[in-house]
Design a protein around this ligand. Structure first.
Ligand SMILES: Nc1ncnc2c1ncn2[C@@H]1O[C@H](COP(=O)(O)OP(=O)(O)O)[C@@H](O)[C@H]1O
Ligand SMILES: [Mg+2]
Length: 183
């Protein structure tokens, strides 16, 4: 079964997308089958993998609203063994659309369920927010990594609160990666 890993932090500019793209691409080179889900309306993982963001018509937005299947949204990339579910700026609308749905936090998990066994790893590049998109990513994930710069290490207690607030299953593996600013 594929491991689903969310790369998250409510703060922007801490290396989530850079890590998601490079980790996914590196594992692809190592002949692992990898899917990267761009769950950030800024779509930096999508553009970073050479996909034209403005042309994305089937992406994480449609997957989250269940109007298409995850399989229908998957595109190949130039990187070996690396597939992508791309994002588009329209993904921001999902925060409003899902708000009154029951099980709104389960939309991504349900969508990834039929395809998760096709991959060794599925990475979810999260938006810098604690909204419904990130909640969906954390609910879908088997484990998650939260990035902190050393100067923002004060975020860490908040990330623990996030774990509590979002009712994430306590059995999930939870890692905080601290990046020191001397890199
Ligand atoms: N390990 C790293 N070392 C140095 N710079 C990095 C590293 N990871 C990311 N960056 C830089 O930090 C900036 C923000 O990275 P990004 O991955 O877009 O963050 P996020 O997705 O958390 O908003 C980018 O300019 C990126 O090149
Ligand atoms: Mg990013």
């Amino acid at each position: 079964m594929g491991k689903i890993i969310a790369i998250a932090n409510q703060k922007g500019g801490v290396g989530k997308t850079t890590t998601s793209v490079n980790l996914a691409a590196s594992l692809g080179v190592l002949e692992k089958k990898v899917l990267l889900v761009d769950a950030d309306p800024q779509a930096n993982a999508t553009s970073g993998l050479g996909i034209e963001v403005d042309a994305v018509e089937k992406g994480s937005y449609q997957v989250l609203e269940h109007t298409i299947t995850a399989k229908e949204a998957i595109v190949a990339t130039n990187s070996p063994n690396l597939n992508l579910i791309p994002a588009h700026i329209d993904l921001v609308a999902i925060e409003i659309e899902l708000v009154d749905k029951t099980h709104r936090e389960m939309m991504l998990r349900k969508a990834l369920d039929p395809i998760k066994d096709h991959y060794d790893y599925i990475f979810i590049d999260c938006a810098p927010s604690l909204g419904l998109i990130t909640l969906n990513a954390l609910t879908a994930a088997h484990s998650f990594s939260i990035f902190c710069m050393s100067s923002t290490i004060i975020c860490c207690p908040k990330t623990k609160q996030l774990q509590h607030d979002t009712k994430i299953n306590r059995t999930k593996r939870f890692t905080i990666l601290i990046f020191y600013e001397c890199f």
